[in-house]
Design a protein around this ligand. Structure first.
Ligand code: AMP
Ligand code: ZN
Length: 139
């Protein structure tokens, strides 16, 4: 399903041109318009799902497979040294476009933005961690 007022529905389905590097019946991969690094691309399903909560598991699996295919190829072309896969869900997590997408961000050893995706490790209270673990367990 497409959503009329969704920009990524239009981009993914070719209604608005993109710098596409891969396309099949389910997804389109195109270059991000505001790249974090050289070669930053987005894997976008052609059907509309707002986020990880909505996307169908089979489509999610397809996104992951296409991500691997693109990364294997692009690493050789770009000569990058690694990749970050980033996928934001919800405003609190930094999502700005509410059509599911996975960021493929090439990383280069000599770039000065090594802290692009990082955090300071927090402290763990063992009692709290045990209780948290219990509350999160999926049988
Ligand atoms: P997020 O913050 O995870 O929702 O990411 C949205 C991403 O979409 C950002 O990295 C934007 O640069 C990118 N973006 C927004 N509009 C376009 C567009 N028309 N073409 C390509 N990338 C876009
Ligand atoms: Zn959409």
């Amino acid at each position: 399903m497409k959503q009329d007022n969704c920009i990524f529905c239009k981009l993914a389905n070719g209604d608005i041109p993109t710098n596409t590097i891969f396309e099949d019946e389910d997804v389109r991969v195109f270059l991000d318009a505001g790249p974090a690094t050289k070669g930053h691309a987005l894997v976008v399903p052609k059907n509309h799902y707002a986020d990880i909560y909505e996307i169908e598991p089979d489509v999610l699996a397809k996104v992951a497979k296409v991500a691997q295919k693109v990364i294997r190829h692009a690493t050789k072309v770009l000569g990058c040294d690694g990749y970050n896969l980033v996928q934001n869900n919800g405003e609190a997590a930094g999502q700005t476009v509410f059509h599911f997408h996975m960021h493929l961000i090439p990383r280069y050893k000599d770039m000065d933005n090594r802290n692009l995706i990082s955090w300071t490790p927090g402290e763990v209270d063992e009692g709290e961690a045990k209780a948290l673990c219990e509350s999160l367990k999926i049988e």
